[in-house]
Every structure is written in structure tokens, then in C-alpha cells.
Ligand binder design. Structure first.
Ligand SMILES: [Zn+2]
Length: 210
């Protein structure tokens, strides 16, 4: 069934509201929703000055100079975006969904702003504000993580993989440890795992008895 104009407009307004809550610039929201600048100011900001301002992100230059943690976080966000897109989620919804998921996984305040995330996708897919693709998501031949790289950069070079570098640096870098704290495993309860927990408990008891 064809979507009516009213339904599309309501969806655009809902998307715009979410983007504004995530800290997006008016221009970014306009690209994603097709809504006009004046309408967005009137509906979601006190006035034009209360909206986020400053130079828009320029990610190809930024990524080249970004530190290791920023490269890892940008790669994590882009990998989630690609996964959502592969499941058939539309680009704007995938951007918002991937950004929320990425932000939820950060142990520290997210280093990638929503506008940066938008710009990364623009350059990864050649869409919205950019017509040319400048990034690709490469697979590391060593750890198999997906990492962001300049288009054409040798995909099989593990020296370019920020995740491999992160693992090497982890034990001696406090900043990296704070940003990527180890996941704590909840205690295994018998009520959660039934027979499995009984089996493990018995196995432990047997080992203790030996
Ligand atoms: Zn790697």
C-alpha cells in the first residue's frame, strides 16, 4: 500500500525530532528529512542561534589525523550502520539506529558527534551531502574486524587496522583502558541456566575434590 503524504510528513517530523535530540545541526536534519530550515528552527529550536553551530565536519581530513580511539569508534559506528543497511533498514533510520547503538556502547562520552556520524556515512556511501565515495570499510586479515579506511587503501594491511593497534596498546595505555573497559560477566545463576549451571557446579566440585 502506498504511503500517504501525511504519513511521510509525520515520519519526517519524528525523525527530525530524534536528530535534534541527538545534537544534529539544522543542515544535517534538513538533508535527512527534506524539511526546510525555517520549519526546523520553528519546530525544534528556540531560534536559529540555539541550534548547534560551527564548521561542519570534514571527515576525510579528520580521520587521517584522528587518534586511535576516535578511529576505533568511527569504525564501530560505520560497521553498525552497514549491518543495519544490509538488513534492509533505510539510510536515515540506519544512521539514527547505528548512532544510538554506538553511543550506548561507549564507556566514556561518545567521541563521534551525530553530525560527524552523518558526515562519515556521506563519505562512505557517497550520499546526502557528498556525491563521491571517499571511505571504505575494510576487513582486517588478522583480527577480522571491519575498520574504516581511505578508499583504495590496501585492504589486506593489518598495520592499518585500529583494532589490532588497540589490542597491542591496551596493557600499557590508561586512556585506552578507560575508553574500552572490559565487559563484566554476570554471575552464573542456576535459575538462569538450569542444568548447565548444575553441570558446571558439579564439575567445579569434582575438580575441588581431586
Ligand atoms: Zn585487526
Amino acid at each position: 500500500m502506498e504511503t500517504s503524504y501525511a504519513e511521510r510528513h509525520i515520519k519526517s517530523l519524528s525523525l527530525a525530532k530524534t536528530c535534534a535530540e541527538l545534537g544534529a545541526r539544522i543542515k544535517t536534519i534538513s538533508y535527512l528529512t527534506g524539511l526546510g530550515h525555517q520549519d526546523l528552527v520553528r519546530l525544534f529550536f528556540v531560534d536559529a542561534h540555539s541550534a548547534p553551530r560551527g564548521r561542519p565536519p570534514a571527515s576525510p581530513e579528520w580521520y587521517h589525523q584522528a587518534n586511535l580511539i576516535e578511529k576505533v569508534e568511527a569504525s564501530v559506528f560505520c560497521a553498525i550502520f552497514e549491518r543495519m543497511s544490509a538488513l534492509g533498514v533505510g539510510p536515515a533510520d540506519a544512521l539514527v539506529g547505528a548512532y544510538k547503538t554506538y553511543r550506548g556502547q561507549c564507556a566514556q562520552p561518545a567521541r563521534i558527534s551525530f553530525d560527524r556520524a552523518f558526515d562519515l556515512v556521506c563519505h562512505l556511501k557517497g550520499m546526502w551531502a557528498q556525491r563521491t565515495v571517499q571511505f571504505s570499510l575494510n576487513v582486517c586479515p588478522s583480527c577480522h574486524s571491519h575498520f574504516l579506511a581511505a578508499l583504495g587503501e590496501r585492504a589486506r594491511c593489518e598495520h592499518a587496522c585500529p583494532f589490532c593497534k588497540l589490542v597491542k596498546r591496551y596493557s600499557c595505555d590508561k586512556r585506552v583502558q578507560t575508553s574500552f573497559a572490559p565487559c563484566s560477566t554476570p554471575p552464573l545463576l542456576q535459575s538462569d541456566f538450569g542444568l548447565l549451571a548444575v553441570f558446571i557446579a558439579n564439575g567445579t566440585a569434582d575438580a575441588d575434590a581431586r
